[in-house]
Ligand binder design. Sequence first.
Ligand code: ADP
Ligand code: ADP
Ligand code: MG
Length: 451
Amino acid sequence: MFQKILIANRGEIAVRIIRACKQMGIKTVAVYSTADADSLHVQIADESVCIGPPKSNESYLNMENIISAAVSKGAEAIHPGFGFLSENSAFSTLCKEVGIRFIGPDGSVIDKMGNKSKAREIMIDANVPVVPGSKGALESIDEAMKLSEKIGYPVLIKASSGGGGRGMRVARNKGEFKNQYETAQMEAINAFGDGTMYLEKFVENPKHIEFQILADKYGNVIHLGERDCSIQRRNQKVIEEAPSLISEDLRTRMGDAAIKAAKSVKYENAGTIEFLVSGNDFYFIEMNTRIQVEHPVTEMVTGIDLIKEQINIAAGKELKYKQEDIKLKGHAIECRINAENPKENFRPSPGTIKLLHVPSGHGIRFDSFIYQGYKIPPYYDSMMGKVIVYGETRLDAIRKMRATLEELVISGVDTNQTFCYMILNNPDYVKGSFNTGFIEKKMSFLMEYTE
Ligand code: ADP
Ligand code: ADP
Ligand code: MG
């Protein structure tokens, strides 16, 4: 097992990983930008290294500085968390070259699956159902428009390097195609430095259902059930739950496809296969070759600590579970708590946390990095943390989440807390009658009491 791990991330996921390391008896090295000197991950790590100024490009995305920090502190492995360098194949490869274990898949695997249009091609070849669309990347707007006619509008124009819901636009007809294509591409170039685009049929009102995979270096691949992440705003998840409300038959078919997908690229470590579900059909949309934001709901219903499993796998251990050992029990829900103002089109709201009261109790978890007096810097993601609850049934979990959100106090910055609370109180949400169009459709209901 590793003696020391460097965590190449910030915020709640860095805190989450450092805690897991401590529990495993592993020493930790935090890295931070000058904007994060007071951040919790720096305070709870054994050692820390400043890796640059606030801008991500010069700090959390600065591979040389991060590798230097790992080498100078003698870290044997690097955990990349999510976002930042977590799906960067060059970084995974660079770690390998300098003899540091990257806690995630090999660069060659990230290359295949991290690129969304390439992943589509690979899935088509592996007979995993994908949304109708382009085989791989698009060569030109002309080609894209011809293909759109063939598959039929509306279509979704997507960036190969996209993530976090960015770099995609719907074209409802031929007339708006060019404009939407250029807008999506521009966003992709700005956000990911890559304007490679591909095309999918726009599936109307699907559910987003994803499978958690664990794979070791000996070819053992299992799944830990699924999560429903259909509650999204602008293709970005807000509330997730496990398990989903799909039938046992669909669960089996999708689980098998997810394992097939992972095996087809000889996947290693934790990963997620994302699908859209429409009626009884399901379609692969992408694989995330990293830990995901919503991993705690899976931890709650399986009892397995996914970060510890990631570390064990990277250290070369064999998976200690077989598929038949995985039993889903109860129901878990997660709300992402963001520093943003729903009343002002969800504008980010950085600032100082004046008062913080965190509810606790049986089956209640708050994964966060904020503390009273902490100043949330304006440079990064607005997510402050995640409230996760576990109940015996879905209704138990819903009630527990409502009670938890009622009690949670975060003052000093605007939050989406009451917005989430309103979702938990919507009759259709409670009934389980929702899809990825839910938030948009229910916006006036959700805003009614949102201050
Ligand atoms: P998840 O897929 O785990 O639900 P999100 O899509 O919300 O997570 O992304 C998690 C974090 O990673 C967010 O901060 C998001 O902006 C960032 N992120 C996701 N994909 C990418 C990417 N391709 N490039 C840069 N950042 C990304
Ligand atoms: P990201 O890399 O940003 O996470 P995804 O490809 O996973 O992008 O898609 C994010 C969300 O966008 C999905 O969960 C879904 O709500 C929506 N979406 C993606 N592809 C389609 C599609 N072909 N049809 C309808 N909605 C889609
Ligand atoms: Mg996705």
